[in-house]
Ligand binder design. Sequence first.
Ligand code: S3P
Length: 175
Amino acid sequence: RADARGRRHVYLVGFMGAGKSTVGRLLARELGRRWVDMDTEIVREARRSIAAIFAAEGEEGFRRREAELLARLAEEETPLVVSTGGGVVLRPENRERLRASGIVVYLEVPFSNLWKRLSESGGHSDRPLFSLDDEASLRERFRTREALYREVADLVYANLDTPERAAADLARTLK
Ligand code: S3P
């Protein structure tokens, strides 16, 4: 795709449970690109789970790791598909980096679907923020986040079908 030289990556953003990791993995395969999952990378580098990072370093420690990783990825020469974590848009510096170094795709899923997915499918496993929130506070978190996802997005994709379908649709659009 003939993007300006600086914007070489594809970033998937969106709320917890929106499918960023699943779709990202498939999309990278379709585009023949390397895939990076930011949460997985943070866990690997820290040698502890996200929950353990939150417990030992606070959310602030996790956000610092996340911002540092994004800064490194943004500089990476190889075009990547990057599955971000749901909170990557919180820091203005991250929002600038995302926009400057890639095409940003917001995977849009209605809150009621997200809530259903998260509460049915082990959303608690390594998502400290989900574990702390009840439905009302998670919905509030979703509301404030949504504005930020829209702010950074070049493209909004309604992820309502299968991950395979999303990856195929996005590959066609982004090729
Ligand atoms: C977070 C989302 C998580 C993970 C961390 C914080 C958030 O990623 O980065 O638990 O603030 O929304 P997923 O969106 O992959 O669940």
